[in-house]
Ligand binder design. Structure first.
Ligand code: ADP
Ligand code: MG
Length: 621
């Protein structure tokens, strides 16, 4: 039966549409899954054959750059490791420096031309950002859901770890957009897990819970305080490089030792190391319910007992328990204050993990719901609340559109993302781009598109009186304060001199519901081209920097470099300059890569030369 409501503004009667489906998505490091509500209960979506709910977060690209996602991609980990991407979540919102320690462990190529920029993944001669790769996984989940449910899926709630920062959450949001999803809310994974166990659904109850999440690549412990429908994260701790993969790795190392294999030989043979890795995972899962595992890969004997396995992983589990203690300390809580412990993640199926957690908290943890599904199910429950199907539940107030300022290249830099709880305060530091700059124009925009011209301008002001300094020296802090009524105050302050300015603007003033809806629709429609423009702009800026530094390099090292080295470098620089004029970001990236590959050894030689030069004439005693 259709419901009828009255629009008081227009005095019109409108018929309410039946509530549309909003799905919940757990975008995991190792596995992803999608869940939905039916008759008031959450279900994890099974594949077309009614089997698996988990979609391995693995993407394989064939020679035509066509992507396969999930189980069918997983087998390529052995056959075609260079073109098979996994653990993308580890790279979200990260620079190369942040992920340095895993590179040897990943079978594919991460681009490392610039230590401080966001990472990219190279497949053949194409470059992908972690956002694009995550979008592939989300798009696969979306189309799987559409096939199975027989309806269009365009709205979703996606979960992220509680510790994810702004850049990581924003990247997740962008990935959703790129996959054609309107991401209504980014929800913390521990919040979703609690909801699945019904915690937080009763407005009267007040609870403190610990969510212990041991997945494939990461360990998270979160302490939440839940009252009146508000989930407050008291503390988080964990290890972004500790999970079931490390259990696999431990078994693999054990076999390498037992079979007296050379570690370096195994590491170089990516196919062999992947076979061992998959076999080790099989062994681990087997040992969750058996006492012994025995198999063979060629001439390599792969056997291990449960006791041996447990002694290998005990130190890793101990690390997780220490993190739990730190989380309690940060939350200023004694262990007795924890009302419930919830187990999340496939690795909590390992009996020693369960037993250790129980001992640590002195409480039997909640493990009745499938630990792989508990997060996605909670996301579906949250989606249902957002869809308005659970009217008694209070919704925390959020900002409907993102707010940010204009930066170089006409891009918007979001300071308060859409759906932030209000009141909220957020800030970021900027600097000048020209020497001696004494004024800075701060233009404030609202909307979801990447270029400011496509968003709505809220206002602008000029910060004056910056003492003249070299470009990059002034530290200009810009703060956005959004109060509960949607009134935005923007403050700008140059920290070295203390000059400051502020302005108040009303963000929602004059914008109608329809306009807001249209802006969101536009952002969805244009998400692909926006992302492409942004990626192109970023590649161009990066290329310009490299061109400049290469020119300097050539000029300063005329004597050290050979004629041929100089001319080849110059040729590659010209090629890069040429590519920047075009519109093809992959071509720019490729040219950058070639130039870097060629000049890296030269740069090393120049450095060695400089060092030996400096040592000359110095006595060493
Ligand atoms: P993520 O949240 O990182 O995507 P999941 O929660 O899906 O990860 O957990 C994946 C991890 O769980 C993998 O390391 C996998 O090997 C492990 N796992 C799955 N089932 C079992 C099992 N029965 N016993 C032990 N480990 C398991
Ligand atoms: Mg997970």
């Amino acid at each position: 039966m259709a419901k009828i409501s009255i629009d008081l503004g227009k005095g019109a009667i409108k018929e309410e549409q039946p509530n549309e489906l909003i799905v919940g998505i757990d975008l995991g490091t190792t596995n992803s899954l999608i869940a939905f509500m039916k008759d008031g209960k959450p279900y994890a979506l099974k594949d077309e054959n009614g089997g698996n709910t988990l979609v391995p977060s693995v993407i394989h690209f064939d020679e035509n750059q066509r992507a396969t996602i999930g189980n069918s991609a997983k087998s390529y980990l052995i056959e075609d490791p260079l073109n098979t991407i996994y653990s993308v979540k580890r790279l979200m919102g990260k620079s190369y420096q942040d992920v340095d320690q895993v590179e040897g462990y990943l079978g594919y190529k991460i681009i490392d031309e610039d230590q401080e920029r966001l990472v990219k993944v190279r497949v053949n001669d194409r470059f992908y950002t972690p956002i694009e790769l995550s979008a592939q996984i989300l798009a696969a989940l979306k189309s799987r859901a559409e096939k199975v449910l027989g309806e269009t899926v365009s709205k979703a709630v996606i979960t992220v770890p509680a510790y994810f920062n702004d850049a990581q959450r924003q990247s997740t949001r962008d990935a959703g957009k790129l996959a054609g999803l309107d991401v209504l809310r980014i929800v913390n994974e521990p919040t979703a897990a609690s909801l699945t166990y019904g915690i937080g659904l009763d407005m009267e109850e007040e609870k403190t819970v610990a969510v212990y999440d041991l997945g494939g690549g990461t360990f998270d412990i979160s302490i939440l305080h839940i009252t009146q429908g508000i989930f407050e994260v008291l503390s988080t701790n964990g290890d972004t490089f500790l999970g079931g993969d490390d259990f696999d790795r431990a078994i693999m190392d054990f076999w390498i030792k037992e079979n007296k294999l050379e570690v370096s030989t195994v590491n170089q043979d990516k196919s062999l190391s992947q076979s061992l890795r998959l076999k080790a995972e099989e062994a681990k899962k087997h040992l969750s319910t058996h006492d012994h595992f025995d198999a063979q890969i060629g001439t390599i004997h792969c056997q291990i007992s449960k006791t041996q396995f447990e002694s290998l992983i005990q130190p890793l589990i101990n690390k997780t328990l220490a993190a739990c203690q730190s989380a309690l300390k940060d939350a200023k809580l004694e262990i007795e204050a924890i009302d419930q412990v919830i187990l999340v993640g496939g690795s909590t199926r390992v009996p020693l993990v369960k037993a250790s957690v129980e001992k640590c908290f002195g409480k039997k943890p909640f493990d009745a719901i499938d630990p792989d599904q508990v997060v996605a199910l909670g996301a579906a429950i949250q989606a249902d609340i957002l869809a308005g199907n659970n009217k008694d539940l209070l919704l925390i107030d959020v900002t409907p559109l993102s707010m940010g300022i204009e930066t170089i290249g006409g891009l918007i830099d979001v300071i308060i993302p859409r759906n932030s709880k209000v009141p909220v305060k957020a800030g970021r530091q900027y600097t000048t781009s020209v020497d001696g700059q004494v004024k800075l124009k701060i233009a404030v925009f609202q909307g979801e598109r990447d270029m400011v011209q496509d968003n709505r301008k809220l206002g602008e002001f000029i910060l004056e009186g910056i003492p003249p300094m070299a470009a990059g020296l002034p530290k200009i802090e810009i703060h956005f304060i959004l109060d509960a009524d949607g009134i935005l105050t923007v403050k700008a302050q140059e920290l070295r001199s203390g000059v400051s300015q502020s302005i108040q603007m009303r963000s929602q003033y004059g914008i109608t519901e329809e306009e807001m809806g249209q802006m969101l629709l536009d952002s969805l429609k244009h998400a692909k081209s926006d992302m492409a423009i942004r990626a192109l702009q970023e590649a161009r800026v990066e290329a310009q920097n490299i061109i400049l530094s290469s020119k300097k390099f050539l000029k300063n090292n005329v004597e050290i470099l050979s004629e041929e080295e100089r001319s080849t470098t110059q040729k590659l620089v010209d090629q890069l300059s040429e590519s920047v004029k075009g519109e093809d970001k992959d071509l720019i990236n490729k040219a950058m890569d070639e130039l870097n590959e060629y000049t890296n050894p030269l740069a090393h030689r120049v450095m060695d030369h400089a060092i030996s030069h400096a040592m000359k004439g110095k006595k060493i005693d």
